[in-house]
Structures are given as structure tokens and as C-alpha cells.
Write a protein that binds this ligand. Structure first.
Ligand code: ZN
Length: 468
């Protein structure tokens, strides 16, 4: 009987584990009891147990709940305690503590916070001012400024796939501690590529080094070392770019997986095939690839982050994509949309990322909404596009156990918009309230920072002992 029960428990454990866990023997989660508190990032580092987020209960009463699971929106009330969603009540229920803060959101839509899979928080605003841009203090402030645009657009998590030095890691910490407003940051650290590879073209090595967002690597040992360097800095994901040899990409992907991190690759044509064969988890951009590669992506469950929007801006503003040795193919809006259609047809999981370089973050939320419309143009329904932006993105991030849907037990990353974005994507621009980790970061459509409380600080355990 005991054995039978044990077998059943084991079987259930195997069945409920995400497929990634089953395929990857190096995944440490099999050794983690769900009760062991770990960091809210893909690194899953054991942390001191205890409550997180602001004190108290927050009730979003009577809204249209679009929970991101694929179910249609329904009337309901969302109850948040500290940094977690505790329940979703029927519209007529008022089953919450008396001292809860209650916000009436009737007529508005409550949905999971949006996720952007492709940012570069420290990239400079223009090409002229590289001198100042490579200054790490300026890069940090620039990153903090960009975070505001993203959070005010309803984006509660960004996957940063290439930024300068320690900056994205410090931004991640400051947001996590709620010391600056912004979305959660899941940084890759520096983008790893070969000499002359993508992001290094037309740029002298000296300047690449000074900009600090690209790590040039040569040979399998050095690619492995470059991955370890990002892990050491605090990477939540590893970003690789062509060009690379079969041995180099294999070494880097294997190392990342053994360290517990997913790998995303910016590559084109046969390099995509090479990356997929090496075990990459996601391929960035809508760049050309063979039907054989698309089928291999589908077979191996490799996801795509198609990012059509940056190229639409490039084609519109620059008239084409010129002078790039990593883009030696016919490149057009039509070809990119066609690629997205082919990915969908093959059943490949597609996520949403904007890759807004230069000053383009100032166009937000327009580019994010445009990217969702690209999905619709390629065959997604509007609700399906929103599921891609939330649930699917959380899966690609390796965070679907805590983010991406509105369900009891998930982290409270919540967006309230004044409209019905599941019917009209433009309504996503009507952001009312954004909650990240239980904190109300955007109120009335703009970042809201409560006045500091000296009294609280006085009592706080973090104040030096002699001041208490
Ligand atoms: Zn990029």
C-alpha cells in the first residue's frame, strides 16, 4: 500500500513537472521541495523564508477578469495579499478582510501584467553620443528612465538581452526592493558573440569593450567562460548571437543549461539550425531559416520571439536595413510577417518582445501594441495575442509557475485598463493601474511614488541599531 501510494506520488510529480524539467536532467528543481522559498527568478536561489511585498490586502472589485489562461473575460473580483494573488471571487461576493483596501474597477479589464522578452535597457539614445553613453552612471540613469516607460505601458517584466556591465543586475535589485519604479528585470548581462558577429559590426573592438554590452568570445572554452561570467554577474538567461561554430554554441548552451539557465539566440539562416541542434530554448527575430529548421524547432519545442516591430520602425525610418554583415539576406516587412505565419503554422510557441533600441522606448506603448497586431495579422485572435504577451511569455522566461496568469498563488503582477483589450488591442494604451509584486506602481496611468515615511524607517529593521 505504502509503495503504491509512493509510486502514485512520484508519478504525479513527474506528470505535473514542466516538460523542460523532464528533458533536462541538470534541472535542480527536482531537488527543491515546493515549500522551500526561492528567489522569484529563473535562478531559483534559496532565500530566507518570510513574507514579501507590501502589508495588507488589496481588492480589485468587480472588473472584467482576463486571466491569461485562454478563458474569456468574466466578471469578478481579484484579491491580493502582500505580493500574491490569493483568490478570484465571483462578482457578487465580498469575501475579503474588513481592513482591506478596496478599489472599484467595474467596467475595466483586469489582466496579468504584460511581459517584454527583448529589451536593451542601457543602449544609447543616439549614435552620436557614444562617449557619454558608455559612462556607466549615465547607462544606469538611462535604464531607470526606460523602466518608467515600460511600467507605464503595463509591462511588469522585461527580459533584458544585452546591457552594459552590472547595470541591468543593479536595476533588477533596485526594482525588486521597490526602490525605483519599474517592471521586474530578468537580465542576460552581455550578449555573447564571435569577432565580427551581430552587434559588433562596423564597431572597433575598443568601443565594443567600452560599451560593455557585448562579450566577444572565441573557441568553445571561451564561449563556456563567457556564459559563466554572465552567470557570475547574476544572469537569469543567456543570450548568444551568430556567428559561432558548432562546437562554440554547443559548449555555451550546455554550460548555461547546467547552470540552470535558458538560452536565447539571435541568429539567421543555417546558424538557426545550428543553435536549435545545440539545444537553444528560444530564437530571436523573424530572420530567414529553412523549412527543415522550422520543423526541427517545432519537434524540439524551441520557442520564437519574432520581434517584427523594431524592423518595421527601421524600414519606416531608415528606408531599409543597410550595411550589416549579420543581415546578408533579403529583409522586408512582408518577409518577416510571412516568417511569423510559418512559425504559427508549424505550431511553434511564439512570444512577444519589442527590441526597442535608440529613443524608440519613447514611442511606448505603441510598439508593443503594434507587435500584438502583427500576431493578429499572422493569424492569432486578439485574446490569443494577449495570452502570448502574458502566459506564453512567462513560459519562455521560465517563470510560468509564478507569473503570466491571474491565478491563486501567483505573484501579484496585475494590469488594469480602461477598456476591453481582449476585443480591441488599442485599449491596452488606456492603462489605469499597474501592480508589480503587490506594489501599486502606476496609479491613474502614471508612476505613483508614495511619500516616504520617516516613522516607518525609524522602526525598520534595516535602520542602524543606534537610530532605532
Ligand atoms: Zn536586441
Amino acid at each position: 500500500m505504502m509503495m503504491k501510494a509512493l509510486a502514485l506520488i512520484l508519478l504525479t510529480a513527474v506528470l505535473s513537472a514542466p516538460s523542460w524539467t523532464q528533458e533536462k536532467p541538470q534541472d535542480r528543481r527536482r531537488f527543491l521541495d515546493p515549500k522551500t522559498q526561492v528567489s522569484d527568478d529563473p535562478r531559483r536561489i534559496v532565500v530566507k523564508p518570510g513574507p514579501r511585498g507590501p502589508e495588507g490586502t488589496l481588492v480589485l472589485r468587480g472588473g472584467r477578469i482576463f486571466d491569461g489562461t485562454g478563458s474569456p473575460a468574466h466578471e469578478g473580483t481579484l484579491v491580493i495579499e502582500r505580493n500574491k494573488i490569493v483568490k478570484i471571487l465571483p462578482a457578487n461576493s465580498s469575501d475579503w478582510p474588513k481592513d482591506a483596501q478596496v478599489m472599484d474597477v467595474s467596467g475595466k479589464t483586469v489582466l496579468p501584467g504584460l511581459i517584454d522578452l527583448h529589451t536593451h535597457l542601457t543602449y544609447p539614445l543616439n549614435e552620436e553620443n557614444f562617449g557619454l553613453a558608455s559612462n556607466e552612471a549615465d547607462a544606469t540613469l538611462r535604464g531607470a528612465e526606460k523602466l518608467r516607460y515600460f511600467i507605464e505601458s503595463g509591462i511588469t517584466s522585461v527580459r533584458d538581452v544585452g546591457s552594459q556591465g552590472d547595470v541591468p543586475f543593479r536595476l533588477k535589485e533596485w526594482v525588486r526592493e521597490n526602490r525605483i519604479p519599474g517592471p521586474r528585470v530578468f537580465p542576460a548581462g552581455a550578449f555573447i558573440t564571435g569577432e565580427g558577429g551581430h552587434s559588433t559590426e562596423n564597431t572597433p573592438d575598443e568601443l565594443i569593450l567600452r560599451m560593455g554590452a557585448t562579450r566577444l568570445a572565441s573557441g568553445p572554452d571561451d564561449w563556456r567562460q563567457a556564459v559563466r561570467e554572465q552567470f557570475h554577474k547574476g544572469a537569469d538567461v543567456i543570450k548568444l548571437g551568430s556567428h559561432f561554430s558548432t562546437e562554440e554554441i554547443k559548449a555555451a548552451v550546455t554550460e548555461a543549461h547546467e547552470l540552470g539557465l535558458k538560452v536565447t539566440v539571435d541568429s539567421e539562416t543555417f546558424y538557426i539550425q545550428r543553435a536549435v541542434e545545440a539545444g537553444a530554448d528560444t530564437i530571436e527575430h523573424p530572420l530567414p531559416r529553412s523549412e527543415e529548421t522550422i520543423q526541427l524547432m517545432a519537434k524540439k519545442g524551441v520557442a520564437a520571439d519574432p520581434t517584427l516591430i523594431p524592423y518595421q520602425i527601421i524600414f519606416d525610418e531608415w528606408g531599409g536595413y543597410f550595411g550589416s554583415t549579420s543581415r546578408r539576406f533579403t529583409f522586408s516587412k512582408d518577409a518577416n510577417l510571412e516568417m511569423l505565419k510559418r512559425l504559427r503554422k508549424a505550431g511553434i510557441k511564439c512570444g512577444v518582445g519589442t527590441d526597442l533600441i535608440l529613443h524608440w522606448y519613447r514611442y511606448m506603448p505603441g510598439p508593443y501594441i503594434r507587435e500584438l497586431k502583427n500576431f493578429v495579422d499572422a493569424g492569432w485572435s486578439v485574446p490569443e495575442a494577449l495570452v502570448a504577451a502574458t502566459k506564453t511569455n512567462s513560459e519562455i522566461l521560465d517563470m510560468d509557475d509564478r507569473l503570466g496568469t491571474l491565478q491563486a498563488g501567483k505573484l501579484a503582477d496585475v494590469l488594469v485598463v480602461n477598456g476591453k483589450p481582449d476585443e480591441n488591442l488599442d485599449d491596452l494604451a488606456k492603462v489605469e493601474l499597474v501592480i508589480r509584486d503587490g506594489y501599486q506602481v502606476v496609479v491613474g496611468g502614471h508612476v505613483a511614488i508614495p511619500r516616504h515615511s520617516a516613522e516607518k524607517a525609524w522602526k525598520s529593521a534595516t535602520a542602524p541599531a543606534e537610530m532605532k
